[in-house]
Write a protein that binds this ligand. Structure first.
Ligand code: DQA
Length: 143
């Protein structure tokens, strides 16, 4: 089972920026937890981070063969119709992930343009949001 994890803009600064919101754990540490758990779950995990909308779209276009995409689109969550359309085009089940609870924050973060095309969203559990998404991916692909 192949899973692509995409971290959007500014997530490379996780563990360094606004720690009270996004947590203390650095992105590399989150990635290594993901790789460990992925291995236990028998997944082939590919992890990608970019701060650029077009690069994220290009990476999604190359992902037609994966079984599931787990994506934290960062601020693009709230306005990128282009990322939403790319995800819809590749017809792979999508799980949307957020470190913070976007509904408990500023109003502009309450709306996601990604969720209507996602199977579901996991938001607010810090790095655990990603690990929970891996478990959800296993169940999704089994179906
Ligand atoms: C985020 C929430 C977004 O609103 C924000 O722009 C981010 C991170 C999260 O993981 O909580 O960059 O996606």
């Amino acid at each position: 089972m192949k899973v692509l994890v995409i971290h959007g803009p500014n997530l490379n600064l996780t563990g360094l920026r606004e720690k009270e919101i996004y947590g203390q754990m650095k992105l590399e540490e989150i990635n290594s937890l993901l790789l460990d758990k992925g291995k236990k779950l028998g997944m082939e995990l590919d992890i990608y981070q970019s701060n650029h909308e077009g690069e994220i779209i290009d990476r999604i276009h190359q992902a037609m063969e994966v079984d599931c995409i787990i994506i934290n689109p960062g601020a693009f969550t709230h306005y990128s119709f282009a990322i939403r359309d790319a995800l819809a085009a590749c017809q792979v089940p999508v799980i949307e992930v957020h470190l913070s609870n976007i509904y408990a924050r500023e109003k502009f973060r309450h709306h996601s343009v990604i969720s209507p095309i996602a199977k579901g969203q996991i938001s607010g559990f810090g790095y655990l949001s990603y690990l929970l998404a891996l478990e959800a991916a296993v169940e999704l692909v089994k179906k």
